[in-house]
Write a protein that binds this ligand. Sequence first.
Ligand SMILES: [Zn+2]
Length: 351
Amino acid sequence: MSRTVSSSINFDQVGKFEGYLQIGDSTNTNGWATFHLPIISIKSGDGPTVLITGGNHGDEYEGQFAIANLVRQLKVEDIKGTLIAIPSLSFPASYLSTRLWPDGTNFNRIFPGKESGTIPEKIAHYLATELILRLDAVIDIHSGGRGHYFLPSATMTWSEEPKYRAELLKNLNGWQCQNAMIFPSQPGTNENSLFPGHVAALGKSLFTGEFGGAGVTTATSNKITRAALISALKSINLLPPQWLSQSYDHNLKIGERRFIDMRAGDSYHWAEDEGLYQNSRRLGEEINMGEEIGAIHYTESSDRQPTRVFAQRSGILGVIRGFPRIRRGDCLALIGPSYLTIDAVPNQPTE
Ligand SMILES: [Zn+2]
């Protein structure tokens, strides 16, 4: 049990409660400060206990809006089970329009956290050692942040463990998104240091999605995120299938579904220079290997030609660059082969 984080809400209590995680803090101007992280609990009878989180990265706004809007609307009688929501996990970062916390912490790289660490480390420790343990499922909504724009998609990180992989695939379908993307473990990263990675290591049911990015939400990306979140909650029976909201348009048209495999190393296009990156192909477009997908410009130089960037493989352009300033080693784009059914996706990615 955490000695540095407590909840103002009793999650066992039936009803709808808005409160805070209260995190002990000590600052230059207040030795006994408390940092308050907004949290909402809606409990009604028997059913799964589910945590939905947005703003894990501060500059990813799609989930922050979708979750805040939905929980504001939901009434106790709408749900069967317990819904716990943290709409903006990293809101100090969100206010600054940054991916990282003001102290430089990437909230999605610090699990299982530290009981007596920084504020985000204390929150991660509380989630890892208390909140996650009482859950049946976690729904963590991301996007590309300022740096990238993802084709709004349900996502999963491929698991080598067949039973857990089947659970992830079930949830991938549960979002009811037109696009689904399948990723490998993140390059150069301890997967268990991620919030969803930690949830997966505990064997808990997990939904992840990337719903746009570039630090901007649009009417379309907001609508897709909202519809996906409602579908995910219905797929685990927290919301009944017939649940409708008068303020939402539930008639989202879904085109032909596709499963885009981003597991192969050549899906990732890394910058080999610094400069300003210009995208030259449309997100979601079918690209052939060798075609130009963008260029690195050198705006400080009057006579230097841009460096053209070419597709390393054929497939769907699933992620493009957002904020154009890039350094060597930054990711510029992701391209992967697409399949019409999940069963068609091979066990090993095709290079
Ligand atoms: Zn993220």
